[in-house]
Design a protein around this ligand. Sequence first.
Ligand code: HEC
Length: 260
Amino acid sequence: MIARLTTTIAAVAVAAGAWSFAVSGPAQAAGPAIEYPQHDWSFSGPFGTFDRGALQRGFQVYKNICSGCHALSYVAYRNLEDLGYNEDEIKAIAAQALVVDGPNDDGEMFERSGIPADRFVSPFPNEKAARAANGGAYPPDLSLIVKARPDGANYLRALLVGYVDPPADFNLMPGMNYNAYFSGHQIAMAQPLWGDDVTFEDGTAATIEQQAEDLTTFLAWAAEPEMEERKRAGVMTILFLLVFTGLLYATKRKIWADVH
Ligand code: HEC
């Protein structure tokens, strides 16, 4: 019995080892990994929530700067309710967008102003147009970028503050920009944040770091708007299981109380 148990444990250990090797293998093959500074996020940890002020400021940065090149097409204007905006504010935000709708009865597409049910309007009609406007490089949709990159939040923040002078011997290709945290260090996106790019409505100083942090919080929300709900459900489940365990234990003691 014990021998068989030991064999099973050994087999599981070997399988786990092989699995972790298989998982970590390709990442290592991609060259020396770049370490991103680890930031203390309001939304990390089992009790983390999105800071509402940061969400609104991050949205302001996205709207004023990033939305010129990057779509956010999985998010609808009405989702901004999560950020603490009320219905009228959301209607006003949506109304600033020009939405291509149709076809109408004549078979023509037409433009109208946005309504809360619309998804965020993309800056370019298609990928080719986006590339044509950006020297051949494609600015990806940012809806899921925080999930699409390993250590996404720390990566995104690092990328935005990572525009520094290249080392003297670095061979920067024409039209490219040096970034300490981008894979290969050459990125087609010019530095988007310089500090004071926006004036925050709540009076927070708009340093590069502040804007990068808030924008990352906003995009982390965009990638997983139901995160707070998920974490709450997790905590409630653990609490339930703890109480349930206590009840079962009490029941067991009662049932076996007379057996000596
Ligand atoms: C003038 C256009 C432009 C603006 C404005 C802009 N970007 Fe970009 N961005 C690009 C282009 C082009 C790329 C593709 C770069 C490449 O592939 O080398 C890119 C790539 C990215 C990437 C992908 C990096 C990766 O890992 O592949 C992220 C994330 C990003 N941008 C975030 C932002 C954020 C956040 C803002 C606003 C603060 C912003 N961008 C503003 C043009 C822009």
